[in-house]
Design a protein around this ligand. Structure first.
Ligand SMILES: [Zn+2]
Length: 831
């Protein structure tokens, strides 16, 4: 027996010498029989690359939050790999992003495969090892032929931090065999789960916004390449079969006939293969193409065929699990199916490579010639008070390779805020974003005042038009506006001189970032609740005053200059405590801002995505400390040390416990500040000390409907009561600190949640929705009637404390720019 084993071993060993080891040989087990750790996944990729260096090149394009490397592997024929940079540049010429004439002959189709954007959907990374191996296996005639006219880019793992959170847990609870019973602990993934990244963000909602470093670094590489095909591998619930394209309605209307058609071509080919294997699947359902920040839509709006593939699985599936029809779904099978889909895509694309390249070129030719635009120009109206918001918006455009410029002349167009057509003369610092450019489709989707859905069943928000998100006045014009010059706002470099001190204006999130930085540096800071004038300059309410005399113990000038320059905030010198017009700097309306200690609960009761929004906002955007406490440990909190308690959407069971809720109420009465967001407002409203009350939903509209309805219409009927997320104009009290620095606010309403106005001086009605306030997005007809005359942002005093109610999420996916200032106001300025 021993001898036999040695002979067999020698045979295998010598075979391995002759060719690259398959993942099975390399790992020592069938792919999917165990979970491959991230380091080992990369080790296999690098091993294969080292064996066939003429066919594979790779680069580290970034690092995850927790320090894990992010890689892209480029696989093609020796000939293509030798001229990789030439292919890339030629492709950018096809995409009209670089000057020069592109060549169509000898241009390979570029297929990009993304794995594990959701870290606990682990079968795609496992499958990708088999795909990599088959792509370079000289005995595979199909892939060998495909590499001649196809360049494949594989990102083995987009979300290594989430992946390793899942892998470490899963490998830690597995023994020598798996147990397929759903109730076994290996199927009960602990909070917050591996789907999301370090800051609990869903990276498959972040492509356009790039708030997360993984997305930002990946998109920098992606936009350097702009592949023709993008495949995004996922997993869905364990009882679903396999999903592949074509996608479901609604499609955004900018999606071209070719993009629809080729999804169908690829889908048909995949269906044939799945039929042969007897594998079940569905298409055209559930996964729509509308919201621009997915791994299918973003590539589509950038000219590619973007596609989502979903195998049954995800966090609960483990190595094997019983499905409802008593089958056992194994990781081995999940990986095999994704592997099959991956190879199918390569085969179909290779079979149509010339057409794929030609259509990519056509998309971008149409784009620059204005055939993909609805409006041909978007104009951001510059005013000094909007400069910080415009700077933030330009950063987003830069990340997405969207072009903009300066121009002059008269235009007609639709004003976003008034929704009226107007004539307008373009001014010196206005920004013009041409609708006709390489990224025309993306520009249209991000800027269109009202996006048109071909169908209204979508499971994500339906409005994100950037002038509303940033609160920047803008115009959408069907006229073309020619470029007069590159657009550039001057770099801010403050001159600091000895004197009384400095003031800076409060008019954007950057003002709040500067305030947070100064507080961290122990700078003594004051803010004025009323507007004032200094040397002819107007300072709006909330503006910050820094007195030299109060900051003698620190390197005041150096700190102030460094930080103000960093955030591009202009410092204005103050010569004396006397100001023109309003009250002087010694007035009681000028208040010291203390550095508050901020806390939030983060644990199984909370919704990880919402905890993540607040955590990332403080840690990486405001760059201000926040203590995260597990709800289990709330009895250990030293409330007298806490100044601000933030309650994102989640469940707060301590409010129902007598001792804990009393300690909490006493803390508020003693001067504590609560910021309740989303459904936390509803929970707080049930406390005895709270005076806020939800608006009762109107049942009249519903009752008037005919009781006779068709069963098949049930999904569409339900829509009448539904919004996935639409933009409403908020009317607000400009004198209240919650809205300092804001002159337009548009809120994302994800539900019908509205509250009654405070009466009898019980609280402040700060932001509210009046009638006809819907600006953009889909709202069901019944719900739409109810969405009026209600409070969305309010405050009330409880003893010496303050409760701030943010009924709508102001930090949505951390890209709702104007909401970030609102949150900073709540933390620092509202008292
Ligand atoms: Zn997924």
């Amino acid at each position: 027996m021993k001898q036999l084993f040695s002979i067999a071993f020698f045979f295998l060993f010598s075979l391995s010498w002759a060719q690259v080891k398959s993942p099975e040989e390399y790992l020592g087990h069938q792919v999917g029989a165990k979970i491959t750790p991230h380091w080992k996944l990369l080790e296999y990729y690098k091993y294969v690359a080292s064996q066939v260096p003429d066919k594979i090149k790779f680069e580290q394009y970034g690092t995850s939050v927790e320090g894990r490397p992010l890689y892209a592997f480029f696989i093609s024929s020796e000939k293509n790999i030798a001229r990789l940079e030439e292919i890339r540049l030629n492709n950018l010429r096809l995409a009209k992003l670089t000057e020069g004439d592109p060549t169509l002959s000898d241009m390979p189709a570029i297929v990009w495969m993304s794995n594990n954007v959701h870290g606990n959907e682990t079968s795609s990374a496992e499958a990708s090892m088999m795909t990599l191996y088959q792509l370079v296996n000289p005995n595979n005639a199909k892939t060998k032929a495909a590499l001649a006219n196809t360049l494949i880019v594989i990102d083995p793992c987009l979300n290594p931090d989430g992946t390793e959170r899942y892998n470490n847990w899963q490998n830690g609870v597995l023994g020598t065999q798996f147990y397929p019973d759903l109730y076994a602990r290996e199927h009960q993934e602990p909070w917050p789960g591996g789907r999301i990244n370090h800051y609990y963000f869903d990276l498959n909602r972040d492509w356009a916004w790039q708030t997360q470093v993984e997305s930002e670094q990946r998109l920098a590489l992606y936009n350097k390449w702009l592949p023709h095909i993008h495949v995004d591998f996922h997993e869905q619930g364990v009882n679903s079969p396999y999903y592949f394209p074509p996608a479901a309605e609604p499609f955004h209307e900018v999606i071209t006939p070719w993009q629809r058609e080729f999804q169908g071509t690829i889908g048909k080919h995949n269906a044939q293969y799945f039929d042969q294997q007897g594998w079940l699947y569905f298409t055209k359902e559930r996964f729509d193409l509308f919201y621009p920040s997915y791994g299918d839509t973003y590539p589509i709006y950038s000219g590619a065929i973007g596609m989502t593939y979903e195998k049954a699985g995800n966090g609960s599936a483990g190595l094997g699990i019983y499905t409802s029809d008593k089958d056992t779904l194994t990781l081995v099978d999940r990986a095999l199916q994704h592997h099959a889909s991956g190879l199918n895509v390569v085969e179909v694309v290779s079979g149509h490579a010339d057409k794929v390249v030609a259509e990519f070129k056509k998309f971008h030719t149409d784009a620059v010639e204005g055939r993909l635009s609805s409006y041909h120009s978007y104009i951001l109206k510059y005013e000094p008070k909007h400069e910080l918001k415009i700077r933030a918006l330009l950063q987003l455009l830069d990340k997405n390779k969207i072009q903009y410029y300066s121009a002059s002349g008269a235009v007609k167009g639709l004003d976003y805020f008034s929704k009226r057509n107007e004539s307008y003369t373009i001014k010196n610092r206005d920004v013009v974003i041409p609708g006709n450019q390489s990224k025309a489709a993306l520009v249209r989707v991000l800027f269109e005042p009202e996006a048109k859905l071909t169908d209204s069943v979508t499971y994500d928000i339906t409005a994100w038009s950037l002038p509303y998100v940033y609160g920047v006045p803008a115009l959408a014009s069907t006229g073309k506006v020619a470029k007069s010059a590159d657009y550039k706002l001057p770099t801010v470099s403050n001159t600091v001189i000895d004197g009384f001190g400095y003031a800076f204006k409060w008019n954007g999130f950057a003002s709040a970032q500067l305030l947070a930085a100064l507080l961290k540096e122990k700078v003594s800071v004051k803010t004025s609740e009323i507007a004032f004038k200094l040397n002819g300059e107007e300072f709006p309410s909330g503006s910050v005053i820094l007195m030299a005399g109060a900051n003698k113990n620190i390197d005041f000038k150096k700190i102030v200059k460094q930080q103000a320059d960093k955030f591009a905030v202009t410092l204005h010198p103050i010569n004396s405590g006397i100001v023109d017009g309003a009250k002087d700097l010694g007035s009681s309306d000028v208040k010291s801002v203390k550095a508050p200690k901020v806390m939030m609960l983060a644990g199984e009761e909370q919704r990880a995505l919402n905890v993540g929004e607040v955590w990332h906002y403080f840690d990486r955007q405001l760059e201000y400390p926040i203590v995260l406490v597990n709800p289990k440990n709330i009895s250990r909190v030293k409330w007298d040390e806490i100044d601000v308690f933030i309650m994102p959407t989640g469940n707060y069971s301590f409010l129902k416990e007598k001792a804990q809720s009393e300690a909490f109420a006493n803390w508020i009465r003693g001067g504590g500040k609560v910021i309740a967001i989303g459904n936390a407002v509803n929970q707080v409203s049930s406390q005895g000390w709270s005076n806020i009350k939800a608006v009762k939903q109107d049942s009249v509209a519903k009752a008037k409907e005919s009781p006779l309805r068709a069963y098949a219409d049930r999904e569409r009927d339900a829509l009448k009561e539904y919004t996935a997320g639409a933009i409403y104009k908020v009317d607000f009290d400009k004198t209240h600190p919650l809205f300092f620095g804001t002159d337009n606010y548009f809120t994302l309403k994800e539900s019908a949640n509205l509250f009654q106005y405070f009466t009898d001086n019980k609280g402040w009605n700060v932001g509210y929705i009046k009638e006809n306030s819907l600006m953009s997005g889909f709202v069901g007809q019944n719900l739409s009637k109810q969405m009026k005359n209600g409070l969305v942002f309010g405050t009330e005093s409880v003893g010496a404390g303050t409760v701030i109610y943010l009924v709508d999420n102001v930090l949505f996916r951390n890209f709702w720019e104007s909401g970030k200032l609102l949150m900073a106001n709540a933390v620092f300025l509202v008292n």
